[in-house]
Design a protein. Structure first.
Lengths: 113, 114
């Protein structure tokens, strides 16, 4: 089955800098790649996603890049703020009617004021 | 609209006990997921329902974990018998389904097995 690896388990950046979190996946059939954020003591919530028909998507300070050839996707958080501190999970899913998510193990991002 | 609700929020069980966790998905959502979250393993899928039908039963979790969806607005996860290694946060998530892929997560149940 699909396996998603999240390369950075922890990441620290200074406020205002950019943060980049990288994920790889194994199954070429995966076509949907969401990102979820988990703040301390809270549950996960959706932040941004990308589908395989595009290679870049932006929502305010969040940019997702997808490289299908390398089976790699990444989340870029620009102009980081302390409230961006959280655990970020990437996931991959196929679009074959069996749309389970395969999650990475999470990256703990700390934004230092 | 109410989000996903889970009860109880915390559960403490003795080894060998049976515990039942409950989840109410977002109204109108067709897909429901149960996950186990630990620091070491991250998010592990336990069960996945689509329109109340079991699509995925989590493989390695089959023997002591049983999820049921008796109606479209209520699901349970039974762990029987519990073991200390089951201590984790159990998350329920729901999704509208079809072309809508976003999962909405509940607050989770923190289970401690002594």
């Amino acid at each position: 089955g699909e396996k998603v690896e999240q390369h950075e388990s922890t990441l620290s950046v200074r406020e205002g800098d950019s943060a980049v979190i990288n994920c790889t996946y194994t199954d070429t059939a995966s076509s949907y790649f969401p990102w979820y954020k988990q703040e301390a003591g809270k549950s996960l919530h959706f932040v941004i996603d990308i589908r395989s028909n595009v290679d870049r998507k932006q929502s305010q300070r969040l940019i997702v890049l997808l490289d299908k050839k390398a089976k790699r996707f990444s989340l870029h958080i620009t102009a980081t703020q302390p409230e961006d501190s959280a655990i970020y999970f990437c996931a991959a899913s196929m679009d074959t009617g069996y749309q389970n998510f395969y999650f990475g193990k999470g990256t703990s991002l700390t934004v230092i004021p | 609209d109410a989000g996903v609700t889970q009860t109880p929020r915390h559960e403490v069980a003795e080894k060998g006990q049976t515990i039942i966790l409950k989840c109410e998905p977002v109204s109108g959502h067709n897909d429901l997921f149960w996950y186990r979250q630990t620091k070491i393993q991250g998010l592990e899928l336990l069960s996945y329902f689509r329109s109340k039908s079991l699509m995925e039963d989590g493989g390695a979790f089959k023997d002591r974990f049983k999820a049921e969806m008796l109606n479209s607005s209520f699901s349970t996860l039974k762990i029987q018998p519990t073991e200390p290694k089951d201590s984790a946060v159990y998350l329920c998530a729901s999704r509208l389904g079809g072309s809508s892929y976003e999962q909405y997560f509940g607050p989770g149940t923190r289970l401690t097995v002594l």
